[in-house]
Design a protein around this ligand. Structure first.
Ligand code: CA
Length: 425
């Protein structure tokens, strides 16, 4: 067992029941104090308290660790991640010791405490990674089946390649934003069914896609491939991911090369990167792959993770209303297969690449991870608690995604990714 994951540990920092961030989690992010004139730096979190790792380093608390703590004075996690998963594990173990309830060294030092700890409402959480490249997969069988049924043929919903290849496309990194960022409804070409020619208007079918994304911590050389066996050495941590989509633009533009502007106007991530180490207790078997895969995609052991996922729509001045309950374990293709496939042609990867799962839909209608599926292309509108209906996402709606892994001993959460849609410019 990873030492920092010990479920019996408790912290001297207050952690409320059902907190996403007990001492066993220790995710990493980038934050900035809203009060002091300080630059962005690397932080972690326990309960509702943000820990400044650069200030801890300044006080000498990482002296026993064998790396340059300059990486904590950064506006992204990339330099820290580039040190590899062993250093990340050392940092988690150091934090775990330091904040354990019986360790008095920092606990009883009020002066240093005030320099390294921040209440969550006194900081701004920033985009945690400088994202170099971004790939979006299409790895939920239920999602692919639903979309194939709607747009093509229910009898042949999955295309012939789907169970042989983790399907994906290269997305746009520049417009990936952190939770809290507001964005305007995108405009684009759509072709209404009764129109002869396309028109250029704000999208009429703005959608979310419930996804998770992992980030990589090593660069490979052009020509190198990552085997399934090595894949998890490269997967540093995970975030919640909302791959915002404009369905009417997508329908018109996607043939023959796939998604383009219907996806590139905004995607959003949660601010805390939860390490693969912290998720270790939540490994589980994935869906059975009933078509034999090629040898480079064969894997052993449990490569899926049991992470509960939820989506809420919050209308302006109203309470959030839950519209979807899904789980990361439903992914047909796992992260190791995705990374092995991504690099199987010799494509090099970098520190801070982002690999999104694709919409994570489960088997039941309330577990579908997009409005497209939940309302079945707008034919079955959802009714929110205030009585209003949604086929897709309205202006001034906020979409909130939450994620947490939980067993009888521990809850490891992701917090949320929450973004408000403004009217088109
Ligand atoms: Ca997607």
């Amino acid at each position: 067992m990873i030492k920092a994951n010990n479920p019996s540990l408790q912290s001297w920092i207050k952690v409320e029941k059902n907190s996403d961030f007990p001492i066993q989690n220790l995710p990493f992010g980038i934050f900035k104090s809203i009060e002091k004139d300080k630059k962005p730096r690397v932080g972690s979190i326990i309960g509702n308290t943000v820990i400044d790792l650069s200030a801890l380093a300044h006080e000498g608390y990482f002296n026993k660790c064998n790396f340059s703590t300059q990486v904590f004075k950064s506006s992204s996690l990339n330099d820290f991640m580039a040190l590899g998963k062993k250093v990340c594990a050392d940092v988690r173990n150091t934090l775990s010791d330091l904040f354990e309830k019986n360790n008095a060294s920092l606990r009883d030092n009020a002066e240093i405490n005030s320099k390294v700890l921040y209440p969550i409402d006194r900081v701004e959480l920033l985009l945690p990674i400088k994202i170099n490249d971004y790939t979006d997969f299409y790895s939920s069988k239920e999602h692919a089946t639903n979309v194939g049924s709607m747009f093509r043929d229910p009898a042949n919903a999955l295309l012939p390649n789907w169970k042989h290849i983790p399907i994906g496309y290269h997305g746009r990194a520049s417009s990936i934003v952190v939770s809290g960022t507001k964005f305007h409804r995108p405009k684009g070409q759509i072709k209404p069914q009764d129109a002869e020619a396309p028109i250029f208007v704000p999208t009429r079918s703005l959608d979310f896609e419930l996804e998770m994304a992992f980030t990589t911590c090593n660069a490979t050389k052009l020509g190198e491939s990552i085997s399934i066996a090595e894949s998890e050495d490269h997967i540093w941590g995970l975030m919640l991911f909302n791959d915002w989509s404009a369905r009417d633009m997508q329908t018109w533009e996607y043939v023959p090369l796939g998604p383009f502007l219907a996806k590139s106007f905004a995607s959003s991530v949660s601010p805390w990167v939860v390490t693969l180490d912290a998720l270790e207790p939540f490994r589980t078997k994935g869906p059975e792959q009933d078509v034999k895969v090629l040898p480079y995609l064969e894997f052993s052991g449990n490569k899926n993770f049991n992470i509960n996922l939820e989506v809420y729509i919050k209308a302006q001045d109203k309470e959030p209303f839950k519209v979807c309950t899904s789980n990361f374990k439903y992914m047909y293709w796992n992260m190791s297969q995705q990374l092995a496939h991504q690099t199987s042609n010799g494509c090099n990867i970098n520190v801070g690449d982002l690999y999104a799962s694709g919409t994570i839909s489960g088997p039941t209608p309330d577990s579908y991870g997009s409005m497209l599926e939940l309302t079945w292309r707008g034919t079955k509108p959802l009714k929110l608690a205030d009585g209003s209906e949604r086929k897709f996402i309205n202006d001034h709606d906020t979409v909130i995604m939450k994620g947490f892994a939980e067993n009888e001993l521990t809850r490891i959460g992701f917090g949320e990714v929450k973004n408000k849609v403004l009217s088109a410019l």
